[in-house]
Structures are given as structure tokens and as C-alpha cells.
Design a protein around this ligand. Structure first.
Ligand code: ADP
Length: 466
């Protein structure tokens, strides 16, 4: 069996006692263990002149961690990846902060990743590159002479070509994508847009879901990011016995809980969600004193001005809502900036009668899936879901769908969710849980790795052009 090498910007090396990571990190790690694999990425440390990657073994798998120069990292990560690509891929053209120097740092760090990784690669390895921070990595490995199969998976949306074109470097990034053997996307919509972009803007030919460019074939497909549905359900049920979850329930005093959980990010639609909640309280008086909205949103990317501005907007909105509606014995809104341990989070999701997932744009949104998985099948809550989250392709039948820009309609959806009969809740939940039981994180991982094996075999039969 070929060795699998995973590359991502951050690598989470298990620290022993505490299980700190969740979701896809754990799935990747478990999969790599089965394949005696290697995980390569940034160590989280800076060095003036970074040396080769440091390799450590944990059981059957190894981690190779690379230090980066701080100023390069700033340009790479904050400047280009999160200052340009993140807003662009989430359809926020007005927030794109293009700087040629940042793009150069992005290319430089990718070339450095490739050079240090190449030194560790063996013929026959399969490489799986993750996410928008590392688009040029495959092309850089090819330049160094690596001939093995390289796959790329995008964890964010891929927008329409008209949007990608705004980026001065769009053609170079298109060429970089065409250096891969396999490209995986989260949704049908992103898949369609990627094929269209690479065909119409970058000169690739199409043969079904395969692209052909310079004699090289690039397979593409949809691999929906998923969760360990049964495992999360079990965790959520067990979590209800923890002190944290009991304390939360007790503190509600019988009131209904609406819950939102995400990183503090402008794609998540939080100011509009708060506005919709304010509208609910102002227009559906039966819920005054009877509902609490808990928003858990740990700070992320606080170095960027847009993220700091969002934080102050939400602090103001929280104060306004409390000032307008709170009474001595009831505060309608709780806004928490601290991260919550995964296990506790699972229990919080279970006790919330309404789960609010209303991003302006999201590649998938795993919280939406976790909310569904966490519910008590005999008395489930209701998911209010943005039509702009990738998860809508699986959960659209059972969730209450909203356009987060439409505050009045979102408020109405909140009210309908709060007032929904048990029969309808069960019916909707069943329609949500079925696709999540059929397609799990393990299925996702296996499907991508299997396809990468398949394209590697095909490369063996046909001489590779690169
Ligand atoms: P994104 O990748 O944009 O952050 P997702 O919803 O796809 O959004 O994935 C977020 C993951 O991080 C989920 O597994 C979720 O449980 C976890 N997470 C999000 N917010 C918190 C939080 N406040 N505390 C703990 N875990 C969180």
C-alpha cells in the first residue's frame, strides 16, 4: 500500500492525555495511522532562518513540522490567504485586500513547504494537500520533480469564475490547480464553478468530471466534509450528565434555548443573526422572558482589522439587545467569547431547542451537522439554516431555510422553530439525520483516498506529462 502524506497549514500533534482536536483533524489522524502515514505542516513556531522540518513519530505515523519566518508567515497567512483568498472565496469582494507582496510571501511559503516536504518524500507516496493556504504546493512539488499522485481538497467554497477573476493572480492559481491529479470540493455548486473556471479561464478541456491540460488529466469530484455522526450523538448524550451542561440547563429556568456556535468570523452572519433575534423579541412578544439566545464565538484571526471590527459590532449589539429587553430576572442574550471543550459543546447542542446556523457563505458548516447529530431522536430540536451554507445540499429538506440578509424572515423562522410541534420536529430531524448517517467523516476520507489510489494507478499506466 502506498504511504499517504497529508499536508495542511496547521498540524495538530496529539499531546497525550487531552483529546484537544475535533472533527476532520481526528478523522485525518485516524486514517493516517492506518496507512503508516506522514502529516506535514507548520509547527506553529517562528525562526529567523527556518531549517528542515522536524520529524517525530507517534505510533505508526509521523509528523513533520516546519518553522516559518515570521514576516513571511504574516504575508502568507494574514496577508494573502486570509486577506485575499478567504473573503474572495466567500463572495466578499469588498473585503479583498490584494497586496502583491503578500502574494509573493504566499508563493514563497508554498515553495518552502514543497522543498522541505520533497526532501521527505519517497517514490510511490501519495500526497493529499489541504485547503486554500496551499493551492500552489502541488505545482511546486512537480517543479522539484515529484512524480507521484497529488490530490487537493478545498475546505472553503469555490466561487464563480467571475469572482475568482477579480484576483490579479487568478490565472496563476488556476495553473497551480491544474498541476494536481485530483481536486475535491465540498459541494455540487463549488464543483460546477471550479470546472467552469478551469475550462473557461485557464484553457483546460473537459471530459466529464475530468479536466485535461497539457496532456495531464485532473480528476475532480464532490467529497462532502462530514462528521462522525454516531460518535458525536453518543458524545452529546453522555455530555448531558456533565456539570457544565447541567449548569446551563439549570440557569435557563425552564426557558427555551437557541444556540449559535462558531468562530468569530464575518462569513458567519452574526450581526444579522443578532438583528433577527432583536426583531423576534420586538415582534413576537410571546417569547419575551421565555427564550434565551446563547452565542458562543471564540475570537479568531484577531490580528486582522475586519475581525476586530466584527467583535466590537457584536459587543454593541449584545448590549443593545440586553438594554432594550432584559428584566431583572431575565437576560435574553448570552454572548461568550471563550472556546468551549468539544464534549461540553456536544451537550449544549443537544439541549438547545433551536440551532442557529446562518452564515452569509460557508463551504459546508460542520456545526450544522453536529447540531443534527446531537439531538435526542425522541424530542429533537430544529435547525435554522442559511441557504448559503454548503450543508444545505444535505440538510435542506429538514431544516428551516433562511436568507440571512432577510432579517424579518429569519426572525419568523426562529419563531416557527421555537413553536414547532413535536411531530414536525421529529419528521424534519429524520430528514436531516439520514444523509448524515449515510455519509460520515470516515466515508469522506475513504472516498478521497480511494480516488487518489485510482488516479495513481492510472498515472502508472500512462506516462505523466509533468
Ligand atoms: P469553520 O471551519 O469555518 O470554522 P465549521 O462549522 O465547518 O466552520 O467547523 C467548525 C468546527 O469547529 C466544528 O467542528 C465545531 O464544533 C468547532 N467549533 C466551532 N466553534 C467552536 C467553539 N466555540 N468551541 C469549540 N468548538 C467549536
Amino acid at each position: 500500500m502506498a504511504r499517504l502524506v497529508i499536508v495542511s497549514n496547521r498540524v495538530s500533534v496529539p499531546t497525550g492525555r487531552r483529546v484537544e482536536a475535533g472533527g476532520l483533524t481526528v478523522v485525518l489522524r485516524d486514517g493516517l495511522r492506518r496507512a503508516d502515514g506522514l502529516w506535514f505542516g507548520w509547527s506553529g513556531e517562528f525562526a529567523e532562518k527556518p531549517g528542515p522540518a522536524k520529524v517525530t513519530s507517534r505510533g505508526r505515523m509521523s509528523y513533520a513540522l516546519l518553522d516559518l519566518n515570521q514576516s513571511d508567515y504574516k504575508g502568507f497567512y494574514y496577508g494573502f490567504a486570509n486577506g485575499s483568498l478567504w473573503p474572495l472565496f466567500h463572495y466578499r469582494l469588498g473585503l479583498v485586500d490584494w497586496k502583491a507582496d503578500s502574494y509573493r510571501a504566499y508563493r514563497k511559503v508554498n515553495a518552502q513547504f514543497a522543498a522541505e516536504l520533497f526532501a521527505l518524500l519517497k517514490p510511490g507516496d501519495h500526497v493529499w494537500v489541504h485547503d486554500y493556504q496551499l493551492i500552489p504546493l502541488g505545482e511546486e512539488l512537480r517543479k522539484l520533480g515529484f512524480k507521484g499522485a497529488i490530490g487537493f481538497y478545498l475546505h472553503v467554497p469555490f466561487p464563480s469564475g467571475d469572482i475568482v477573476e477579480v484576483l490579479p493572480a487568478h490565472a496563476e492559481l488556476g495553473q497551480a490547480l491544474l498541476a494536481y491529479d485530483l481536486i475535491g470540493l465540498q459541494t455540487d455548486r463549488s464543483h460546477h464553478d471550479l470546472l467552469d473556471f478551469l475550462e473557461r479561464w485557464c484553457g483546460a478541456e473537459r471530459d466529464g468530471d475530468t479536466l485535461i491540460h497539457g496532456g495531464h488529466r485532473i480528476a475532480t469530484g464532490v467529497y462532502r466534509a462530514a462528521i462522525d455522526t454516531a460518535g458525536f450523538a453518543k458524545e452529546a448524550a453522555a455530555s448531558c450528565q456533565t456539570t457544565e451542561v447541567r449548569n446551563l440547563e439549570e440557569s435557563l429556568g425552564g426557558r427555551t434555548l437557541m444556540l449559535g456556535v462558531e468562530r468569530l468570523d464575518y462569513t458567519k452572519g452574526l450581526p444579522l443573526r443578532f438583528a433577527a433575534y432583536e426583531h423576534l423579541l420586538a415582534h413576537y412578544e410571546e417569547w419575551l422572558h421565555n427564550v434565551v439566545m446563547l452565542q458562543i464565538a471564540p475570537v479568531s484571526r484577531g490580528e486582522l482589522a475586519q475581525y476586530r471590527a466584527l467583535r466590537s459590532d457584536l459587543e454593541r449589539a449584545t448590549g443593545r439587545i440586553a438594554g432594550r429587553f432584559a428584566s431583572p430576572d431575565w437576560n435574553p442574550i448570552r454572548y461568550v467569547n471563550q472556546p468551549v471543550p468539544r464534549k461540553v459543546l456536544a451537550g449544549f447542542l443537544r439541549v438547545a431547542q433551536v440551532g442557529l446556523v446562518t452564515p452569509l457563505r460557508d463551504g459546508m458548516n460542520l456545526v450544522a451537522k453536529e447540531y443534527v447529530a446531537a439531538q435526542d431522536p425522541a424530542d429533537p430540536g430544529v435547525l435554522v439554516l442559511s441557504r448559503f451554507a454548503g450543508a444545505v445540499e444535505e440538510l435542506g429538506e429538514g431544516a428551516l431555510l433562511v436568507n440571512p440578509l432577510d432579517i424579518e424572515h429569519t426572525a419568523l423562522a426562529m419563531r416557527n422553530a421555537l413553536a414547532m410541534s413535536k411531530d414536525e420536529r421529529i419528521d424534519r430531524w429524520r430528514r436531516c439525520i439520514e444523509p448524515l448517517q449515510a455519509w460520515t467523516a470516515r466515508t469522506w476520507y475513504d472516498a478521497f483516498v480511494h480516488k487518489l489510489d485510482e488516479v495513481a494507478k492510472a498515472k502508472g499506466e500512462l506516462p505523466h506529462a509533468a
